[in-house]
Design a protein around this ligand. Structure first.
Ligand code: SF4
Length: 180
């Protein structure tokens, strides 16, 4: 018996030989199940991410096993670890090089808030320089939490309107970060 699980089809109208749904729903389903993460790992949280990728937790089950180390071929930026202020401009450049639509997952206390490193040299949260979609708490978060974060991202991706990136709210949000 095959153990391959077919992705759930979106809501639509079904009949003999046909299935109709909205373009938003079809694109959302495809994007949700084919995320290309870019792991931006600087310290210990990155090790926990490696465990999440490995056979026991197997991120590939969510259609996200193809990691990208080029921002131009990634749509999910996963930031894991302590981000120093010196590293901030690099992270921002990576984000800016990613094509729309793109999402950001902040993994662990360091990436989300600076964590225990309340010092002059550590960025106190990556959302000071780039917008974040989902935060994963913990130091480090367990792989189950990372999977939960991915599921939350999938939920956002699936339900995002195709027009969101052109909306005035989205543009205003980017402007707050000094981006276009
Ligand atoms: S949150 Fe904890 S485990 Fe993750 S990078 Fe910071 S110190 Fe390391």
């Amino acid at each position: 018996m095959s153990t391959i699980k077919i992705a759930e089809s979106p809501n639509g109208i079904e009949g003999p030989g046909f299935f109709a749904t909205s373009l938003d729903a079809a694109v959302g389903m495809a994007r949700k199940n084919s995320l290309w993460p870019l792991p931006f790992a600087t310290s210990c949280c990155g090790i926990e991410f490696m465990a999440t990728m490995a056979s026991t937790y197997d991120l590939g089950r969510f259609g996200a096993e193809r990691l990208s180390f080029s921002p131009r071929q990634a749509d999910l930026l996963m930031v894991m670890g302590t981000i120093s202020k010196k590293m901030g401009p690099v992270l921002r450049q990576v984000y800016e090089q990613m094509a729309e639509p793109k999402w950001v997952l902040s993994m662990g206390a360091c990436a989300s808030s600076g964590g225990i490193f309340d010092t002059y040299s550590v960025l106190q949260g990556i959302d000071r320089i780039i917008p974040v979609d989902v935060y994963i708490p913990g130091c480090p978060p367990r792989p189950e939490q990372v999977l939960d974060g991915i599921l939350k991202i999938q939920e956002l991706v699936q339900n995002e309107s195709l027009r969101r990136r052109d909306s005035t709210e989205y543009k205003a949000m980017l402007q707050e970060y000094g981006m276009e």
